[in-house]
Design a protein around this ligand. Structure first.
Ligand code: CP
Length: 356
């Protein structure tokens, strides 16, 4: 596998993706074959933000491969509380561990961590930006239910602005043929500018909707999301958006019999409990699949070669403020170098994808 760090699902080549999905399927079929595959390996899980599924599935995945885990789930229990920089924390951890999984509330934090790590870094969610391993679970789930993603009509509902799982999955779907996307949200929570630009450049057919009813009948997949209280700057702003979209058993009557409902979870009130019993509800299956794709990923990223990477030296930042996105890591960790990437005709921040 060519992949050094997993920051963005788009970093993974088609060949590597097939290898991950085939390996995940083989782990499901023959789990005992892999029970010692990572024996002697140590995974660090650095969670600066709460998590149930991602943290515990990564830990379970490593343990089911025969490896061990260490790390923190509350930065206040680590030296982060004393003011240690992300850079120093990551440098230190990579002297202990063979692979690091990091979740951070700040956009671009995983990319920043990868600059200073001598072992592979996996992005387990960076603020409202990306969540590539959730996307592995999502695509694997769609493939297992529908065989392929080509030609599917996929609706995204809820927080499309800060929903990192939405951003990663929409980008991933651009690799497939004739995918149609329906974006269901309030105008305030529609997808970010960079993603719309990406959809336009890829020539993907998409449309904006304000109600689920407008498009549920044509969907193959309905991807529901939570309105994330933690991403809003005030309680009032959150309250204006909360509770707008609720998928009920009544609404499900208008959906096709083979449509599947997905959700990265946790869910709060956006799906009625009655929908859980509908055979089209695929979100707990998604959770199970998340474990197997993470096992495959760990195995491919740190199972075979344990080589350390050269640490690199970066020039100091040229400007006081590197990125116009106030939620970008460059506005919090001031030593980070300014780094850009070309996106079509434009330049974007290499950490958070914000267009310049
Ligand atoms: N899907 C997901 O990221 O869940 P957690 O926040 O519980 O990890």
């Amino acid at each position: 596998m060519e992949l050094k760090h997993l920051i963005d699902y788009c970093d993974i080549t088609d060949t590597d993706l097939e290898e991950i999905y085939e390996l995940a399927a083989d782990i499901i079929a023959s789990p005992r074959k892999y029970a010692s595959a990572c024996s002697g390996k140590i995974m660090a899980t650095l969670f600066y933000e709460p998590s149930t599924r991602t943290q515990l599935s990564f830990q379970t995945a490593m343990m089911r491969l025969g490896g061990t885990v260490m790390g923190f789930s509350d930065p206040n229990s680590s030296s982060v509380k004393k003011g240690e920089s992300l850079r120093d924390t990551v440098k230190v951890i990579s002297t202990y561990a063979d692979i690091t999984v990091i979740r951070n509330p700040v956009e671009g934090a995983a990319y920043a961590a990868s600059l200073y790590s001598s072992v592979p870094v996996i992005n387990a969610g960076d603020g409202g930006h990306l969540h590539p391993t959730q996307t592995l679970a999502d695509i694997f789930t769609i493939r297992r239910h529908r065989g392929n993603c080509d030609g599917l009509c996929i609706g995204f509902c809820g927080d499309l602005l800060y929903g990192r799982t939405v951003h990663s999955l929409i980008s991933a779907l651009m690799r497939y043929k004739n995918v149609r996307i329906r974006l269901i949200s309030t105008p305030q929570l529609t997808i970010p500018e960079y993603l719309r630009d990406k959809l336009d450049r890829a020539g993907i057919e998409y449309s904006l909707h304000q109600t689920i009813d407008e498009c549920i009948g044509e969907l193959d997949v309905l991807y529901m999301t939570r309105i994330q209280k933690e991403r809003f700057s005030s309680e009032d702003e959150y309250r204006r958006q909360a509770g707008v979209y609720v998928l009920t058993e009544e609404k499900m009557k208008a959906a096709r019999s083979d449509m599947i409902v997905m959700h990265p979870l946790p869910k709060v009130d956006e799906i009625s409990f009655g929908v859980d019993d509908d055979p089209r509800a695929a979100y707990f299956d998604q959770v199970r699949n998340g474990l197997y794709v993470r096992m495959a990923l760990i195995l491919l990223m740190c199972g075979a070669n344990g080589e350390k990477y050269e640490s690199r030296i970066y020039p100091p930042p040229a400007h006081e403020r590197c990125c116009r996105n106030p939620r970008c890591i460059t506005n919090f960790e001031k030593y980070l170098p300014e780094m850009s990437k070309r996106v079509g005709e434009r330049q974007a921040c290499a950490y958070c994808d914000c267009l310049k």
